[in-house]
Design a protein around this ligand. Structure first.
Ligand code: GTP
Ligand code: MG
Length: 549
């Protein structure tokens, strides 16, 4: 039946309601988004420099901060101080110096505690011994003593979405923006992620001077939230061969085979487990498609995945970063969809047969390509200049335009976030996942090259399916939830002209649905309206409802 047709009519009705009613449009000049665009390389470089100028110090309480500040000031000028507390009573102070030499001097003069069971390690993670002679002195007020920007009680734990005040906003678009603001990765979260990477990089410096450890994934792709895991990759900096030098380092010839990568993962696992402070619960997952070491960095309170030589993933992060910064609507929409999927248990922290945040992000981006809000990847590839050429060690071509501020951008689509949210659910609720594969490269669907419940072409390795892991059952659940979400939003908008984001996160309530259908039918009967919400549901949907009840 004409489900698409009714969806379209509902969409028109929704647009009409938006014009007529009280949904406040988010005022933003979308044309300006790219003017403030920061190149990914510049962003990474600045954050790495920041982490080289920083140390993380555990203190016994907030009262020690001013004492720590005056102690650290001896080593150089301090630029910023951040304080946070992790579960229990652990207080931490992230201290950023103006200059890296201050950190080097500070680390040179820091000491190790004598303990025959502990091997002395140099790392940016330290603790501050209380000064016995000052013990009885009056504690000074922290704010009085510090002459640098000081941010205390930084949020390290994702807030409960029920407590962020979503209900204070009538407009769904405003609620989506608030959700983004309250849950996105904050400044200290980003700083600590880069410091976590730097701890490993520094520990390997002596033997692997050209190695660097980079965060990738949601920590840097602009879609990260407070508390999301840290994905790290150990890779070589680009080697700039000095042709004039006559002395050349001997190297050891190793095969770049999977076995070698697996052995490297084992060794890194041992290093983290045996020597590096704060690294606990180390697990070596060397049999995975991308072998990793999983561990927990206790001083930062975050789970980490460390891979080796996964250059493509770094390029993927840059691609997502570009899209995330392309238009102000991209990130709030991705955050809302990811939150929706998490709250109704479509996604899960552990990998498995369910849809992942990465696949969900790609689905949102694909939908935004249909809306012509972001470009397809081919457009970025065509516009690439020589400086954008990147071929990874594995031979994967990751060439695309990096500086998208150069791209002529004339987005005519001025849809509001709430329209796009409903649009996303409607688009995929009626999407033919059985025959179509999703290609962000072309910005359109292609025939599925092979059977898979969901097929999203990997944007950088086009012969792979990003969502190969999803089982048919999980895909069916995803489709049902897409329809339910579209239905919940539409019925609420028809019924009350408003919609609360929290209602979306509650998931689907069959009893409530029956009640709403009844109410809407009643209203429609009285007002002679043409649209029926029940049109949305064909026979198969009714079957699904039966299963759910
Ligand atoms: P969250 O950690 O859930 O916030 O999102 P994330 O994007 O960081 O996802 P995740 O930690 O699972 O993966 C980290 C990065 O690895 C992603 O951003 C992708 O670049 C890459 N990645 C994840 N899953 C896949 C996959 O199935 N295929 C490919 N090719 N890359 C993936
Ligand atoms: Mg991640």
């Amino acid at each position: 039946m004409n489900k698409t047709c009714s969806l379209r009519r509902l969409c028109n009705l929704h647009e009409y309601l938006i014009k007529q009613h009280r949904i406040i449009r988010y005022k933003s000049n979308t044309c300006n988004d790219l003017k403030s665009f920061v190149l990914y390389d510049k962003f990474i470089c600045e954050r790495r420099s920041q982490s080289k100028c920083s140390v993380l110090v555990q203190v016994s309480s907030e009262n020690s901060i001013s004492d720590l500040y005056s102690y650290c000031s001896k080593f150089g000028s301090i630029k910023n101080i951040f304080h946070y507390q992790l579960a229990g009573s652990n207080h931490f102070v992230l201290t950023e110096f103006e200059d890296q030499s201050a950190v080097n001097t500070l680390l040179d003069q820091s000491t190790h505690v004598k303990d025959s069971n502990v091997i002395a390690v140099r790392s940016p993670f330290l603790w501050f011994r209380s000064n016995a002679s000052k013990k009885n002195s009056k504690l000074l007020s922290t704010n009085d003593k510090l002459n640098v920007p000081f941010q205390t009680n930084q949020t390290m734990i994702e807030p409960n979405i029920k407590n962020i005040g979503l209900e204070k906003f009538d407009s769904l678009s405003d609620q989506m923006l608030l959700l983004l603001k309250c849950t996105q990765l904050n400044d200290i979260g980003t700083r600590l992620r880069f410091l976590t990477a730097m701890q490993i990089e520094n520990s390997l410096k002596g033997i692997f001077p050209l190695s660097k450890v980079l965060p990738f994934g949601s920590s840097v792709n602009s879609f990260g939230k407070i508390g999301s895991d840290i994905d790290l990759v150990l890779m070589d900096s680009e080697i700039k061969e000095n042709k004039t030098s006559r002395l050349i380092y001997h190297g050891k010839c190793v095969s770049n085979s999977r076995t070698q990568i697996q052995r490297n993962i084992e060794i890194l696992g041992d290093l983290l487990q045996l020597f590096l402070p704060g690294c606990s619960r180390v697990k070596r997952i060397s049999q995975a498609r991308v072998p990793i070491v999983k561990y927990s960095q206790d001083f930062v309170g975050v789970e980490c995945d460390l891979a080796v030589s996964n250059e493509t993933a770094v390029n993927m992060s840059e691609l997502l970063y570009i899209f995330g910064n392309f238009d102000y609507r991209v990130r709030p929409l991705v955050f809302t969809i990811k939150m929706w999927a998490r709250e109704i248990n479509l996604t899960n922290d552990t990998p498995g047969r369910w849809i992942t945040n990465f696949s969900l992000t790609l689905l949102v981006l694909f939908y935004l390509q249909q809306e012509k809000i972001i470009p397809d990847i081919q457009t970025l590839v065509k516009q690439a200049s020589n400086s954008d050429v990147r071929i990874t060690n594995e031979g994967i071509n990751c060439t695309f335009l990096r500086d998208v501020s150069k791209l002529h951008k004339d987005v005519e689509n001025k849809k509001t976030l709430d329209q796009l949210l409903l649009g996303f659910f409607e688009y995929f609720a009626s999407f033919d996942f059985n025959t179509n594969a999703i290609s962000l490269n072309f910005g359109k669907t292609i025939n599925k090259p092979e059977y898979s419940a969901l097929y999203i072409v990997n944007p950088l390795e086009v012969h792979f399916n990003v969502s190969k892991n999803i089982s048919s059952e999980e895909m069916e659940r995803f489709r049902i939830e897409l329809r339910n979400a579209a239905w919940t939003m539409e019925s609420s908008l028809l019924n009350t002209n408003s919609f609360n984001l929290l209602d979306l996160f509650k998931g689907f309530d069959v009893n409530k649905k029956n009640q709403i259908v009844f109410e809407i039918q009643h209203q429609i009967k009285n007002s002679n309206r043409l649209v029926t919400v029940k049109d949305l549901f064909d026979d198969s949907q009714t079957q699904e409802d039966k299963r759910l009840t």
